[in-house]
Design a protein around this ligand. Structure first.
Ligand code: SER
Length: 317
């Protein structure tokens, strides 16, 4: 087992790289990103995934057997430069698929998203097979990614698997450029005792997932026997809440949290996504079962961020 991760210093990458090192070993993981921002207890390389030659060389020389391709531009940032985003999200995944095919890497993980759905999915618990009508360039690139994954599976007998993540909530690192980022930012402001300015309306519900559950889902999906896999992309649901609901939950611990609502262009993106997903196939096929609801996730986030704050204060004292 030798795993290559792209986008290892992103929000998902930071937590997933640690989890894979713990599950396998530090010799089994090669973490890569465009820029090295921190350290992992495994080989860590600067790698531009838009460069097929460079990617191919890393896969070949490290005798990689699995790739987790996490590098991408997210929804809100993607709308600022649609063509560049399409180009980056797609060229990097093509390069990963090609590097995998050329080096006989069978198993590849591609993070898909709730953004594969469109506004027609908003007012229902969206089933796995609901029509995919994305309205953002990020969503279009995720739908295309799922389709290309399917193509490589059929044409080349590869085993590319995709999870449709909801908004991810974690204490380890910040998300960047997404529409669901507010649900992480609000915790940092609350812990610092600052007011929070929210770019979504207070009643806009979206599906969200705590990072520990996201990691568990990813590892379960990739560990599942091939015969259990019935589709290329799986919905997973953790919890659904609005800014008002999460603020209320945080106030149970930090009563003085003040939130000002000032919706911007991200409101439109949020309204084009489902409120909640039906994840029955993930539950049936590989035993998906989330552990965190809004209450437990909020307690855990506040506890972890408070610990981080104390450690930092201690280190800088
Ligand atoms: N968290 C992502 C975003 O907001 C959705 O997959 O763009």
């Amino acid at each position: 087992m030798k795993i290559l991760i792209t986008g290892a210093f992103g929000q998902l990458g930071t937590a997933l790289t640690e989890a894979l090192i713990n599950k396998y070993s530090n010799n089994s993981v090669v973490a890569t990103d465009l820029h090295i921002r921190d350290t992992f207890d495994c080989e860590t390389l600067e790698l531009d995934a838009t460069n097929l030659e460079a990617l191919d060389e890393v896969v070949r020389t490290h005798q990689i057997t699995q790739i987790y391709h996490l590098a991408a531009v997210l929804s809100a940032k993607g709308e600022l430069e649609p063509l560049k985003t399409w180009d980056l999200n797609n060229s990097t995944f093509f390069n990963v698929l090609e590097a995998a095919r050329l080096n006989d890497v069978r198993k590849v993980f591609f993070p898909s998203s709730i953004a594969v759905f469109g506004a027609d999915a908003r007012n229902q618990i969206t089933s796995n097979d609901f029509p995919l009508n994305p309205t953002t360039v990020y969503g279009i690139s995720k739908v295309a990614g799922e389709q290309w994954a399917n193509y490589y599976n059929i044409k080349y007998g590869m085993d590319v698997r995709c999870l449709r993540y909801p908004g991810l909530i974690s204490y380890q690192s910040f998300p960047g450029g997404g529409t669901t980022d507010y649900a992480v930012d609000i915790f940092h402001k609350a812990i610092k005792g600052e007011d929070f300015e929210c770019y979504l309306r207070k009643d806009t519900q979206l599906p969200m997932l705590y990072m520990d559950d996201a990691i568990d889902a990813t590892i379960r999906l990739m560990d599942a026997p091939k015969k259990a896999i019935t589709r290329v992309g799986y919905n997973i649901q953790g919890m659904s809440f609005s800014p008002e609901m999460i603020a209320e939950e945080i106030r149970k611990n930090i009563p003085k949290l003040t939130v000002v609502y000032n919706p911007d262009n991200r409101q439109k993106i949020a309204e084009s996504w489902p409120v909640a997903l039906d994840d029955t196939p993930a539950r049936m096929d590989w035993g998906w079962e989330p552990e965190y609801d809004l209450k437990r996730m909020t307690e855990e986030m506040l506890y972890r961020l408070d610990q981080k704050k104390r450690t930092n204060a201690f280190m800088h004292a």
